[in-house]
Each structure stands twice: as C-alpha cells, then as structure tokens.
Design a protein. Structure first.
Length: 114
C-alpha cells in the first residue's frame, strides 16, 4: 500500500513497513515540522494512507471533513518501532481495502473504523 508516515512514527517502523513491500514516504525525510493540513493534502494528492499518532488528523479528517484517502491513527501504549510496524501491518491486512476515506483508530487489541 501507499503510505505517508507522519514524522511522529518511528523511523525503524517506516523501514520495517518498506521491507514488507509498502510504498512509504516519511514526513521526517521530506517535511519535518510540516503543518498537519498540508500533510493530509499531500497524502490525498499522492493517494496515500496517512499513518500517525497525532489525534489532530482525526479532527481534520472526521470533524472538518477534509478529503483524504484514509487515516490510520495509532493509539499504542508501546510506540517503539516493532510494535508500531506490527500494528500498521495488522490494520492494513484487516481493513486496508475498507479504509478509503475513513479513519482507523488502532490500539493493541482493536481496530475501529470511523
């Protein structure tokens, strides 16, 4: 899948997702400190699912109704690289085809689509 990882996603997780075959661009590599709205717009223009730990993207996508391909909001207790990559792999495998235009809130035990 085509992903845009927010800069708050661990670099090791980005590398693991790339190794799994996902096309991932990482905000820390091209736009550190970029405005959330600009990142969401870029993800939309490049048809990428945005992966983040920042709840502000949920506000932009759901409450403000800004167009997006999909947002994965990670709410993990352990946000090191391996658990983050595993949570992303799990959500993409289980709901990847249904995430278009939706927000997936991901915890260690559940995935909720909004």
């Amino acid at each position: 899948m085509r992903l845009l990882a927010n800069e708050n996603i661990a670099g090791g997780a980005v590398e693991q997702l790339r190794h799994l075959g996902h096309d991932v661009i990482w905000a820390a590599e091209f736009a550190a400190g970029a405005d959330d709205a600009n990142l969401l717009t870029r993800a939309m223009s490049e048809q990428r699912i945005l992966v983040t730990k920042d709840k502000d993207f949920g506000e932009l996508a759901v409450r403000e109704g800004r167009p997006h391909v999909g947002v994965v909001l990670l709410r993990l207790r352990d946000d090191r690289a391996a658990p983050t990559a595993e949570a992303c792999r799990r959500v993409l495998a289980t709901v990847g085809g249904r995430i278009a235009g939706r927000l997936a809130v991901v915890t260690e035990s559940a995935v909720r689509l909004r």
